[in-house]
Design a protein around this ligand. Structure first.
Ligand SMILES: [Zn+2]
Length: 147
C-alpha cells in the first residue's frame, strides 16, 4: 500500500483526479487513499486532509446504469464463448457469475469515486477552491445516512 504522490497527468496542483485516482479511491484534494470506508461506501471525511466527503452526495445513482452495461457486456462475452468454444455449462457458471459480481462491485466503486471527483472539480471551479472543506448546508445533517 502506497499513498501515491502527484500523478503524471499534469493536473492542477492539489487535485488528484482521473482514472488512477478513481481506481485507488484517492482523496481528490490531497491524494491520500482515504476515499472509501467500506468497499463502495465513502468515508465521512478524508482522514488525511479533512475534506468533508459526506458533503458530496453521489449516492448509488450509477448502480443501475452500470449493471445494465455490465450485463450486456457479459452476455455478449458469454454468447461469443459459447459459439466459439462450446464449453460445458458449468464453465459458464464458474466464469460469468464471479466475473459479473466483481465487475459490478468494482465498477460501482470506481464510478462513485469518479463522480465524486467530478463534483469536486466542478465545485473547485465554482468556489475558487477556498471553501471546499465545508459542508454545503451549514452545521446540520452532518450524519447523512445511506439509503
Ligand atoms: Zn484528503
Amino acid at each position: 500500500m502506497t499513498t501515491s504522490g502527484p500523478n503524471e497527468q499534469g493536473q492542477q496542483e492539489g487535485q488528484y483526479t482521473g482514472l488512477s485516482a478513481a481506481l485507488f479511491g484517492l482523496c481528490p484534494k490531497c491524494g491520500a487513499r482515504t476515499l472509501f470506508a467500506g468497499f463502495a461506501r465513502f468515508a465521512p471525511r478524508c482522514r488525511a486532509c479533512g475534506l468533508d466527503l459526506s458533503a458530496f452526495n453521489v449516492g448509488d445513482g450509477p448502480a443501475a446504469f452500470l449493471t445494465l452495461i455490465i450485463g450486456a457486456l457479459i452476455t455478449g462475452l458469454a454468447i461469443w464463448l459459447e459459439l466459439a468454444v462450446h464449453p460445458p455449462f458449468w464453465v459458464h457458471i464458474l466464469l460469468w457469475v464471479p466475473l459479473t459480481a466483481a465487475a459490478v462491485a468494482y465498477g460501482l466503486r470506481i464510478s462513485k469515486a469518479w463522480l465524486l471527483q467530478a463534483e469536486y472539480l466542478r465545485r473547485a471551479g465554482e468556489a475558487g477552491g477556498s471553501d471546499l472543506g465545508k459542508p454545503r448546508g451549514g452545521e446540520e445533517d452532518k450524519e447523512r445516512e445511506e439509503p
